[in-house]
Ligand binder design. Structure first.
Ligand SMILES: *[C@@H]1O[C@H](CO)[C@@H](O)[C@H](O)[C@H]1NC(C)=O
Ligand SMILES: *[C@@H]1O[C@H](CO)[C@@H](O)[C@H](O)[C@H]1NC(C)=O
Ligand SMILES: *[C@@H]1O[C@H](CO)[C@@H](O)[C@H](O)[C@H]1NC(C)=O
Ligand SMILES: *[C@@H]1O[C@H](CO)[C@@H](O)[C@H](O)[C@H]1NC(C)=O
Ligand SMILES: *[C@@H]1O[C@H](CO)[C@@H](O)[C@H](O)[C@H]1NC(C)=O
Ligand SMILES: *[C@@H]1O[C@H](CO)[C@@H](O)[C@H](O)[C@H]1NC(C)=O
Ligand SMILES: *[C@@H]1O[C@H](CO)[C@@H](O)[C@H](O)[C@H]1NC(C)=O
Ligand SMILES: *[C@@H]1O[C@H](CO)[C@@H](O)[C@H](O)[C@H]1NC(C)=O
Ligand SMILES: *[C@@H]1O[C@H](CO)[C@@H](O)[C@H](O)[C@H]1NC(C)=O
Ligand SMILES: *[C@@H]1O[C@H](CO)[C@@H](O)[C@H](O)[C@H]1NC(C)=O
Ligand SMILES: *[C@@H]1O[C@H](CO)[C@@H](O)[C@H](O)[C@H]1NC(C)=O
Ligand SMILES: CC(=O)N[C@H]1CO[C@H](CO)[C@@H](O)[C@@H]1O
Length: 546
């Protein structure tokens, strides 16, 4: 069938070309030009649905086939939602009847495999320990997506336990989902821990995906997969029934191909939730993040650069990244911003401090146990990290000891977050992230955002749960030498690999950061400059009416 359609298109093309009318692209539907799913944005999809070019059921078919095209190469998606087709038909019926629940109505989105759904899909954090486990209801994130009419298409692979098992693993590896690879170079390190969410959004396996971040797990895979990632303030998005690392640092956010699409997704998931009391700190109503997308956002703005971080870490940063960063600063200045130094004054001391590890270990012991206690079915009777460690050592598919569990061993020797020792350790974090870090820098310099290359940006905001937005900034040149990751199985830098620019702001300043990110994105459009080596072929036109 596909072959036939191709021949038809070819002959149509040769006919019209003699009248020098430009040929319709292959991705056109019913004679109407429509972008490829790797380039499409939400507004394109909504227009197609409204014009009747295709249905949400068609979108589910097309995206599912794209996932299956790359599944054996990239290992991006661990579960497909068996109900997705039926949910799409309901969304189509509602739309036909004039009911549209939100701008995301009938749009397929993937979620990371640590965000629970009360349906046929497993929520495992990539571990066999939780295969078959059940939660009492949807996580608040899943519930909010459903209220917005979103079709949860499936669950994405991740660095197992959100990279909280071993100090020496590979990004995007989980025992349950295998090794995820990025699509910009064969064997590409997808970064992590929201690895599958990053790769799937980058090659159009869904409109967008949700990731989670404790320190870098949204920003870093967005960085290397040519995406926009929004790491919201901890507490803007509920963590209820999300497999945790740390209540003080964890947050859930969107990974998408454009700032505006990420803003639409954030709009759907932000808000208070009585099941996560950190959300009670949200000040006032949720802003309109889509309206915050403002081409002129830099006019009159004061924007900082964390110069001393660049001085200290810049020597480990590759020249193409630093060159692109300097160009970005000049472009932002030319767009109307005043650029000033905004140094993280305690950065040097923070580098030699071990309190963050104490905090994360302590939170993990308590928070993971609290998650296990919520399960209504717990097939392996995992109640705490000691149980999990035993299970992992005894279950061959967990690949222990080559994939070790030293993070847990360290945590188990330590106190949990109910100990009196916890508070001083946490206060040290608050200082390094706050007065001595991003919050102090913003305050002292009266800036609205501070810039760093994304690969240098996650650590300090993580300590205080402040927001960061990353946007594509460039990519490595074609003659760049390949380097491997520490585990020895992934290409961590190499030709064609993308990287991003981060805007870091004060707590709850997502709307401002989105404005800046949009203004930078629209002026530069770096995403379009680099294409993956592997792109699925199936497009909406291939499934319409089948
Ligand atoms: C992924 O691909 C493999 C090999 O092509 C296939 O056997 C497997 O069933 C696919 N996975 C899913 C979930 O369809
Ligand atoms: C469409 O709306 C009408 C009137 O509100 C209702 O009776 C009908 O059940 C709806 N159909 C569907 C498929 O939702
Ligand atoms: C969840 O895990 C069970 C047990 O391995 C498996 O049979 C089922 O297919 C999984 N669900 C999905 C949607 O993959
Ligand atoms: C959230 O609630 C728990 C217990 O219900 C309490 O220990 C904790 O201090 C609360 N946290 C915040 C940020 O309010
Ligand atoms: C801070 O900067 C803003 C412009 O972004 C300016 O309007 C304001 O006056 C400044 N405040 C101080 C105290 O410098
Ligand atoms: C920021 O730090 C750098 C050193 O890394 C220094 O050269 C610069 O003067 C500092 N800026 C301010 C405003 O303190
Ligand atoms: C934690 O911070 C305190 C206060 O700054 C410091 O004395 C202590 O050495 C730090 N602990 C570790 C493990 O670095
Ligand atoms: C936390 O540590 C205290 C003191 O050792 C202990 O009583 C409590 O059971 C621990 N809680 C968890 C969830 O491990
Ligand atoms: C873990 O396994 C060890 C050795 O088999 C055993 O002594 C210990 O009790 C087990 N711990 C838990 C929490 O099951
Ligand atoms: C890559 O090419 C650029 C010019 O395009 C050149 O300046 C650079 O030296 C080359 N790098 C390597 C490692 O060959
Ligand atoms: C990490 O694991 C890899 C693969 O097993 C091994 O080659 C490497 O030496 C390990 N690195 C460290 C620092 O332990
Ligand atoms: C849907 C999908 O991509 N599934 C893959 C997940 O990873 C395992 C292990 O690598 C593969 O066998 C599946 O095909």
């Amino acid at each position: 069938m596909r072959c036939l359609a191709f021949i038809t298109l070819l002959s149509a093309t040769s006919l019209v070309s003699s009248f020098s009318i430009p040929p319709l692209p292959r991705t056109s539907i019913k004679g109407t030009p429509f972008p490829s799913l790797i380039d499409v944005d939400l507004e394109n999809l909504v227009a197609g649905l409204e014009q009747g070019l295709f249905t949400s059921a068609d979108l589910v078919k097309a995206y599912t086939q794209r996932i299956l095209e790359v599944n054996s190469t990239l290992h991006v998606v661990t579960e497909l939602n068996p109900d997705a087709g039926a949910i799409a038909k309901e969304a189509d019926a509602l739309r036909a009847n004039g009911t549209v629940l939100s701008p995301l109505h009938g749009i397929p989105i993937l979620i990371k495999n640590n965000i629970a759904t009360d349906d046929l899909m497993n929520n495992t954090a990539g571990s066999w320990a939780l295969v078959g486990a059940k939660v009492p209801r949807d996580s608040t994130m899943a519930a909010k997506l459903r209220e917005a009419g979103v079709i949860i298409l499936g669950k994405t692979n991740l660095s197992q336990w959100a990279n909280f098992r071993s100090f020496n693993s590979s990004n995007g590896w989980s025992a349950y989902g295998g090794q995820t690879f990025g699509a910009y170079y064969p064997g590409q390190d997808p970064s992590g821990s929201s690895s599958g969410s990053g790769v799937s959004s980058s090659i159009g396996l869904a409109l967008a995906a949700l990731g989670t971040e404790t320190s870098g797990s949204i920003l870093s895979p967005a960085d290397v997969n040519n995406l926009v990632g929004i790491k919201p303030t901890t507490g803007l998005t509920s963590r209820y029934l999300v497999i945790p690392i740390s209540e003080h640092q964890d947050t859930v956010g969107p990974m998408a191909r454009s700032v505006k699409d990420a803003a639409y997704v954030l709009q759907a998931i932000a808000g208070k939730d009585e099941n996560d009391n950190y959300t009670s700190a949200i000040p006032g109503p949720i802003p309109d993040y889509v309206a915050a997308c403002d081409y002129n956002a830099f006019a009159g703005a004061r924007i900082g650069v964390a110069r001393n971080v660049l001085d200290i870490w810049g020597k480990y940063t590759d020249k193409p990244v630093l060159d692109a960063f300097n160009l970005a600063i000049a472009q932002i200045e030319a767009a109307g911003a005043t650029i000033v130094d905004a140094n993280f004054t305690a950065f040097k001391d923070w580098q030699n401090d071990g309190n963050e590890t104490l905090v994360l270990n302590a939170d993990f012991l308590t928070n993971a146990a609290a998650y296990f206690a919520e399960l209504t079915v717990n097939p392996n009777n995992i109640e705490n990290i000691a149980d999990l460690q035993n299970f992992t050592h005894d279950f061959p598919a967990e690949k222990w000891p080559r994939r070790d569990t030293l993070q847990w061993k360290t945590a188990l020797k330590q106190f949990n977050n109910t100990s009196p020792k916890f508070w001083p350790a946490y206060q040290a974090n608050v200082f390094y992230g706050g007065e001595g870090g991003i919050l102090g820098a913003l305050e002292r310099t009266n800036t609205s955002a501070v810039l760093l290359p994304t690969q240098l940006s996650p650590s300090i905001p993580a300590l205080v749960g402040s927001p960061v937005v990353t946007v594509p900034m460039g990519f490595y040149p074609s003659n760049w030498t390949v380097t491997m990751n520490g585990f020895g199985n992934l290409v961590s830098t190499g030709p064609n690999l993308p990287f991003g620019l981060s805007f870091m702001g004060t707590k709850w300043s997502e709307a401002d950061l989105i404005g800046f990110a949009y203004a930078y994105e629209q002026r530069t459009m770096h995403r379009d400059e680099v294409v993956p080596y592997l792109v699925p072929n199936i497009e909406v036109v291939d499934v319409v009416g089948r």
